[in-house]
Design a protein around this ligand. Structure first.
Ligand SMILES: CC(C)(COP(=O)(O)OP(=O)(O)OC[C@H]1O[C@@H](n2cnc3c(N)ncnc32)[C@H](O)[C@@H]1OP(=O)(O)O)[C@@H](O)C(=O)NCCC(=O)NCCS
Length: 333
């Protein structure tokens, strides 16, 4: 099949409130120096009360729609990725649809955490290439700041995560010029779910919401940071190599690599593992922290607008996160 899926517009939205490391120092036993050294993060954005992931998603989507120059009424499907939906159910896809006034088009929610954007892109790519849909809004959005443990026992996670959203518009390219998504590669290993998860609320608990779980802090996300770190450094390069092999390409062919922005040390290890010059790796975690599913589309939008990604470039995306899930995607821009 000659048809390929092209990204015709990108957008990002970060809530206005910037939270510095110094502000976090006042809330828990941490330091600006520790956070910078161990993660590369300097600031992140936090929402004000009353703002949900769907609100951030809508703003990012508006920007992507404007960038693509399309009439919103011509969008025929939504794919939305988040680990922090406004509600336990429904997901944010339907909320985005309603808030943007997109009629009754279908809305698919993807739950693959930090790999969510690439999983969602893989799904959307199939719909476009088969001709099922012709203009898809793919949006990823996260609000993490409202449910982080800002006490000393949660400081490993609380300093890393931020809120934000990124979106793209996807359309078919039948011209045969080679532009578009070349391939996507999805992996998972559910044995490691407890290494990075939000354990509660769980439908297996009867009743689900119990005071003792709140008292034990089990409604907060938790992780085994070391384990995540080591696996992220191995799995992201592996996923990129799978894509290079599939497409008969070499590392030198990659013009821009966008790794999920989990920790700047992880991004540097991924670059080292792949032997790709670090200048070709897009890194913005210093300003936004880890925005899980939204981190790749935020970085993509920024890189495109800054001219670091241009027509004809080979762009590689890779992610790793809770599940574990990991993935890569290759795009001829
Ligand atoms: C969390 C992470 C930054 C910790 O960095 P690290 O160099 O591995 O640090 P360690 O886990 O060895 O912890 C070192 C010390 O710093 C402490 N520490 C943890 N968070 C801290 C914080 N915010 N401020 C100050 N000290 C902190 C630890 O308690 C530990 O203290 P101890 O030696 O007295 O036990 C790192 O493991 C990481 O980034 N992991 C991956 C996280 C991630 O990306 N998650 C999402 C994936 S999508």
């Amino acid at each position: 099949m000659d048809r390929r899926t092209v990204i015709t517009g990108t957008g990002r939205y970060l809530p206005p409130r910037v939270v510095t490391n110094q502000e976090l120092e006042k809330r828990m036993d941490t330091s600006d120096e520790w956070i910078r050294q161990r993660s590369g993060i300097v600031t992140r954005h936090h929402v004000e009360a009353g703002v949900g992931s769907s609100d951030l998603a809508v703003e990012a989507a508006r920007r992507a729609i404007q960038d693509a120059g399309v009439d919103p009424s011509t969008i025929d499907f939504i794919v939305a990725a988040t680990l922090s939906p406004d509600y336990y159910f429904p997901g944010i896809g339907v909320l985005v649809q309603a808030k943007l006034g997109l009629g009754t088009i279908g809305a698919l929610d993807v739950r693959d955490q930090c790999s969510g954007f690439i999983y969602a892109l893989a799904a959307a790519d199939q719909f476009i290439r088969t001709g099922t849909y012709r203009r898809i809004l793919l949006v990823a959005a996260e609000v993490q700041s409202t449910n982080l443990d800002f006490s000393d026992s949660g400081r490993d996670m609380a300093v890393l995560f931020g809120d934000g959203a990124g979106a793209v518009i996807l359309e078919p390219n039948d011209s045969g010029d080679g532009r578009g998504v070349l391939s996507t590669h999805l992996f998972a290993d559910g044995h490691f779910a407890p290494q990075l998860w939000m354990e509660k609320p769980s439908c297996a608990d009867k009743p689900t919401f119990r005071q003792e779980f709140f008292d034990q802090g089990r409604f907060f996300p938790r992780m085994d940071g070391r384990h995540v770190f080591v696996n992220a450094c191995e799995r992201m390069p592996e996923a990129v190599r799978a894509g290079l092999e599939r497409n008969g390409l070499a590392v030198e062919d990659i013009d821009a690599l966008i790794p999920h922005q989990a920790n700047d040390r992880i991004s540097q290890m991924v670059a080292k593992g792949l032997k790709i010059p670090v200048e070709r790796v897009i890194r913005n975690i210093d300003r936004y922290g880890n925005t899980t599913a939204a981190s790749i589309p935020i970085a993509l939008d920024e890189a495109v607008r800054e001219g670091r990604i241009r027509r004809g470039h080979l762009v590689a995306l890779t992610a790793f996160g809770s599940g574990y899930t990991w993935a890569s995607a290759f795009i001829r821009w």
